[in-house]
Design a protein around this ligand. Structure first.
Ligand code: NAP
Length: 268
């Protein structure tokens, strides 16, 4: 028998709460059970808000396996697919299978501290590595264990294709079609002088390569790792390894979704 169980997440703006009330009514009229919490039994997760709310939902559901779709009540809404005015049509399309699933890759940073402890961070948009706020940081960067540069500047962003339109883009990084499996390493205010030599453009890494980051000794006691806006401060950092993660997110897209149309509509 078909499951009819949907989890709804929302931010707390008035428009999101009004949209949620309308959506619950439509879903209940069509025989769905609706919950405000993540459940393994859910066939679909609906997130009402902007991209920030979408990221928070993905993290609070611990990167769910079931499809997830966003209703845009935020500003940009790059992950978000449905307009609040189109709720009825969206549910009809969903019930008739008029959708596709867009699989989005994530990025994983593994931090090893001097006491041997290991901590993992997974980002759907990106992982950022920085030092103290307002100070430079010096980082030895390697690609698959081959030393490539000593970075000097504010930090680096390692973005997924899905995150390429977020902070990465504001830093001058490239927009990447999410069908490509790669990581983009984008510098934040790189220093490139006779004293310091850092790449000033983004580096694109294929899925099978990893990025290694070792802070210069003086900087190892204050390293910030920020994944999708969530900051963790570490002391005594020995090494950070960044790879494309095996965890993915299944975004439900309506039949007429096209990545490059969305880019054009949102940015130009
Ligand atoms: P926020 O600072 O409140 O919002 C960040 C902005 O980024 C919002 O306008 C959001 O869109 C947009 N955004 C998020 N993911 C996106 C994506 N994949 N493509 C295009 N735009 C996207 O922070 P937040 O809501 O907690 O979100 C965390 C994200 O903020 C981080 O992952 C990082 O990428 C981004 N960020 C951007 C900058 C920058 O551009 N200078 C600086 C720091 C962090 P909505 O309006 O739809 O929510």
């Amino acid at each position: 028998m078909k499951k009819k169980f949907i989890s709804i997440f929302t931010n707390n703006t008035n428009i999101s709460l009004d949209t949620k009330a309308s959506l619950i009514k439509i879903l209940k009229d069509r025989g769905y059970t609706v919950t405000n919490e993540f459940s393994e039994d859910a066939e679909l997760i609906i997130c009402i808000g902007g991209d920030g709310a979408f990221l928070r939902t993905v993290h609070s559901c611990k990167f769910p396996k079931c499809p997830i779709i966003g209703i845009n009540t935020g500003h940009l809404g790059f992950f978000q697919e449905v307009r609040p005015a189109d709720l009825d049509r969206f549910i009809t399309d969903y019930e008739n299978g008029r959708y596709t699933i867009q699989e989005l890759n994530t990025v994983k940073a593994t931090v090893t501290t001097n006491d041997g402890q290991i901590h993992n961070h997974i980002g759907l948009n990106e992982v950022i590595i920085q030092g103290r706020p307002s100070y430079t940081v010096h980082l030895y960067i390697s690609i698959d264990d081959m030393p490539i540069e000593k970075f000097s500047g504010d930090g680096i962003v390692i973005a997924t294709p899905a995150g390429s339109t977020a902070y990465n883009y504001s830093l001058g990084g490239s927009i990447v079609d999410p069908r490509l499996k790669l990581l983009q390493v984008t510098p934040i205010a790189p220093m490139n002088t006779t004293a310091y030599r850092s790449f000033t453009s983004s580096l694109l890494l294929p899925a099978e390569l990893s990025l290694g980051v070792v802070p210069e000794k003086h900087y190892e006691n204050r390293i910030a790792i920020i994944h999708d806006g969530i900051e963790t401060i570490y002391t005594g950092v020995a090494e950070i390894k960044v790879t494309l993660s095996e965890t993915s997110v299944n975004l439900l897209r309506l039949k007429d979704y096209d990545f490059w149309s969305k880019v054009k509509n949102k940015f130009l």
